[in-house]
Design a protein around this ligand. Structure first.
Ligand code: UD1
Length: 366
């Protein structure tokens, strides 16, 4: 705890950048639900609200954060702030005794990143470097980074282990921004042994909090499979396009390692525990997946079973940049974090459906 001028102390805090977004909000609730473990920590969220909905212009907190406070009966310190704003970030570090940072804030639409590379590099790389500068200024060296299996590019072998080469065959500025940030973090760790960095490489996060009150709320037409299926099921979209059925997979459609967002969130909670291990330092990349792949057609069938709704679909050509299959080698996450995904595909579909059917328009109550 940091001492204050009046002799009192500030509670230690966990700073979550991008905490109002999909994975960020589920991680915030996972931290707050950890009775005992992090109850003496304050949770501080900064988010520029680029992908978050607020129910009224004068509402101080976005809907995801407001709902989490309601569900947990706890207060979250919220700053509507872009991480490129070094002065604003400094105020956050002045106001709170930040112990560690979980860094989600980034742009993440693959197609959009091809059209707007500068915006993506600005937000994802300049923003990340600005955050690191402010962390260093305030002597905060513990970091969990939100990375992606996209850094592996086209798999040379499956399952994908953390030793698989990264940075090759990347097809989008989004993917490259995640790879570049990992390289920057490696350089930081080489430059100063005080840095402790855990880069969590997510496979395909899906699902929603079991309450059905928070979940994925993409703006516009979803790019990713699960939110698209959910919006077809609820009647917002008429039909799913299946991108290719001529891959060398179980049924010809693309295979991915889908992971429940609550499992993913718990992976972050486990990761920050590593910071307490004596002698822990340096850069560590860890996969967060289940180790099992499902095809698009298997996902459709599972969602139909969970929702009781028919998902009309049409097979169309392959989407450019797509790979046939990827799934994680999860042995390092077991060994290092003592973590494994426990939720099944049925849980992922049932929880997505609970969220989507009770909030057909996402956080917007139209
Ligand atoms: C995509 C991104 C990846 C990012 C990840 C985040 C691309 C090329 N890759 O991964 O960089 O880290 O999201 O979760 O965008 N599919 C359909 N119809 C659809 C949508 C998807 O058939 O309308 C298929 C895809 O071809 C793929 C599977 O569903 O086989 C999963 O697609 P998606 O959810 O977009 O994830 P990824 O492509 O794995």
């Amino acid at each position: 705890m940091r001492p204050l001028a009046n002799g009192a102390t500030m509670r230690p805090s966990i700073l979550v950048t991008g905490g109002a977004g999909y994975v960020g909000s589920h991680t915030v609730i996972a931290l707050l639900e950890r009775e005992g473990e992090y109850s003496n920590y304050d949770i501080v969220v900064v988010d520029n609200l680029v992908n978050a909905y607020s129910r009224a212009p004068n509402e101080k907190k976005p809907e995801s954060i407001r709902v989490i406070e309601e569900l947990t009966n706890k207060t979250i310190h919220f700053y509507p702030l872009d991480i490129r704003d070094a002065e604003g970030l400094s105020i956050v570090f002045e106001n709170h005794s930040i112990d560690c940072v979980i860094h989600f804030a980034a742009l993440k639409a693959v197609g959009e990143s091809v059209e707007k590379p500068l915006e993506y590099y600005q937000a994802n790389i300049t923003g990340t470097c600005t955050l690191f500068e402010v962390m260093r200024k305030y002597g905060v060296y513990k970091l969990v980074y939100s990375s992606s299996c996209t850094v592996y590019g086209e798999p040379e072998r499956l399952p994908l282990d953390e030793g698989h080469p990264t940075g090759r065959t990347l097809t989008s500025p989004y993917g490259r921004s995640k790879y570049f940030c990992e390289e920057i973090m490696k350089d930081l760790c080489t430059s100063d042994k005080k840095w402790m960095v855990i880069s969590l490489r997510y496979f395909n996060p899906v699902g929603a909090h079991r309450s059905g009150r928070i979940g994925e709320d993409p703006s516009g037409i979803p790019n990713n499979l699960m939110p698209f299926i959910a919006q077809v099921a609820v009647g917002r979209l008429s039909e799913l396009k299946v991108f290719g059925n001529d891959y060398n997979t179980v049924d010809g459609t693309g295979v991915r390692d889908y992971i429940h967002v609550e499992d993913l969130a718990e992976g972050h909670v486990k990761a920050i525990k590593l910071f307490q291990q004596p002698g822990f330092n340096g850069f560590h990349a860890v996969n967060l997946g289940t180790g099992t792949g499902y095809s698009v057609l298997q996902m459709i069938a599972a969602f139909e079973a969970a929702s009781g709704r028919k998902i009309p679909y049409k097979i169309v050509g392959r989407r450019s940049g797509d790979i046939a299959a990827n799934y994680a080698d999860v042995s390092l996450s077991h060994r290092m974090l003592g973590w494994r995904a426990t939720r099944t595909l049925d849980d992922m579909c049932a929880d997505t459906w609970r969220w989507q059917s009770s909030n057909p328009n996402g956080f917007k109550k139209v």
